[in-house]
Design a protein around this ligand. Structure first.
Ligand code: GDP
Length: 434
């Protein structure tokens, strides 16, 4: 999805505007594990146009000096966003800080939209003319608290969004390489890119191409590594903040078909690994667990098994994810990654015929009795696959309340036993038959 970033000095109302814009969508995206409560990243939609919204002001710094913070906000916006909204406020009048932010934004060729907040009444709206002097075009008066002007602002945002991002990604398998700092993401990507035929001058040429790396394997399958730029680039202050790292990982996951979760064989599994894994799982993405630095541990014949067991215990809900032990340093098994991604992508996009599913239901009903709650037994009538990525099945029943978690789990296991869904989560939805 295209990205829209909000920048602005403290107290102009960035997070109020952010919440206003994402309002209706919040219910859907909230409560994923691993996502912090005070959000600074969310999906938004206006008149059928979807985009990702970032409140750059919500990304805080340790010992945050205001100048540094503003510079970082502007840099994040310039690098990440397709459209930038600079937010000011009539209540503050035009300030030095507004001007300094504007100056940082002159550097970018990306569209910049100037919004003036807290224009709650006609007198205040009359004051917005001062803001023309920022040299960023016509100021749009809004009131984030009252909701006035928000529609006009969204119309402007939508009119500036790039058109063909979604189309371009369609025929490539997108995967991301995700993990804590220093697990070796950048080394893995460098290896991969070194071994593959990278498509340099590709036809579409949109802004995303600098961020993602497209390549083809020997069989002609097209891939793209999502957010390669973010993985390989280093050193900016804001990139070291954890919130930013998490936000970037979440965005990469959202844009991927398959997520390669990199763990470090020399340090084991940490809390942060679990957060990212949980998010990818909840988002329904394909997942491959990549244990890197496999050249480091002293190995016995059972080391692999032991590490695998630890992973299965710590990340129980990822029982479907294949595990591969690699070394970016020696190159061991790195070439298998695209193969695995392809396999998982195949599994997550397959469709099972309803007739086959119903045979499976019949067999399943012979194995285990359906659950009974308060004297009422679950009846399962039929099952059909409604979507892919992840494979999602609707089961029609007499009463959806009776579909106990454990029975759902049982059906998922039946699906896994009968078809190859390695690497992909499976969703089951119970519906009352009309
Ligand atoms: P990133 O932060 O996840 O992108 O990690 P880097 O790719 O920058 O790697 C962090 C450090 O681990 C660097 O010093 C790498 O040289 C080292 N490293 C990466 N992969 C391996 C590996 O497979 N084996 C060993 N021994 N070191 C590695």
């Amino acid at each position: 999805l295209p990205v829209v970033a909000i920048v602005g000095q403290p107290n102009v109302g960035k997070s109020t505007l952010f919440n206003r814009i994402i309002n209706e969508r919040l219910a859907i995206v909230e409560d994923k594990p691993g996502v912090t409560r005070d959000r600074n990243y969310a999906q938004a939609e206006w008149l059928g146009h979807k985009f990702d919204l970032i409140d750059t002001g919500g990304i805080t710094w340790e010992n945050g000096h205001i100048e540094e913070e503003i510079r970082a906000q502007a840099e994040i916006a310039i690098e990440e966003a397709d459209v930038i909204v600079i937010l000011t406020s009539v209540a503050n009048h035009l300030t030095d800080l507004d001007e300094r932010i504007a100056q940082l934004l002159y550097r970018t060729k990306k569209p910049v939209i100037l919004a003036v907040n807290k224009a709650d009444n006609p007198e205040q709206r009359a004051e917005i003319y001062d803001f023309y002097s920022l040299g960023l075009g016509e100021p749009i008066p809004i009131s984030s608290v009252h909701g006035t002007g928000i529609g006009d602002l969204l119309d402007r945002i939508v009119s500036e969004l790039p058109r063909d991002l979604a189309k371009q990604d369609e025929e490539r398998i997108s995967f991301s390489v995700i993990g804590r700092p220093n697990v070796g993401k950048s080394s893995i990507v460098n290896r991969l890119v070194g071994e593959q035929r990278v498509i340099v001058n590709n036809e579409e040429g949109t802004t995303r191409d600098a961020v993602d790396t497209p390549f083809v394997d020997d069989s002609g399958t097209k891939f793209q590594i999502v957010d390669t730029a973010g993985i390989r680039r280093r050193g900016k202050v804001y990139e070291k903040t954890e919130k930013y790292a998490v936000m970037r990982a979440i965005r990469a996951i959202e844009r991927s078909d398959v997520v390669c979760l990199v763990l470090d064989a020399s340090t084991g599994i940490r809390e942060q690994d679990k957060h990212v894994a949980g998010y990818a799982h909840e988002a329904g993405r394909g997942i491959i667990i990549v244990v890197n630095k496999w050249d480091l541990p002293q190995k016995t014949s059972s080391s692999g098994k032991e590490f695998e067991q630890t992973i299965r215990e710590e990340l129980q809900y990822l029982d479907y994810a294949p595990i591969v032990f690699v070394s970016a340093k020696t190159g061991q098994r790195i070439a298998q990654l695209p193969e695995l991604v392809k396999m998982v992508h195949h599994n997550q996009t397959q469709r099972i015929k309803s007739s086959v599913l119903n045979d499976l239901l019949l067999e399943a009903s012979k194995l285990v009795p359906t659950p009974m709650i308060k004297g009422k037994r679950l009846r399962v009538y039929y099952m059909t696959q409604v979507s892919t990525k992840p494979p999602t099945f609707v089961v029609f029943v007499n009463d959806a309340e009776l579909m106990h978690f454990s029975y759902q789990r049982f059906l998922i296991n039946q699906l896994r036993d009968n078809f190859d869904f390695t690497g992909t989560p499976i969703k089951i939805i119970a519906r009352k038959r009309k």
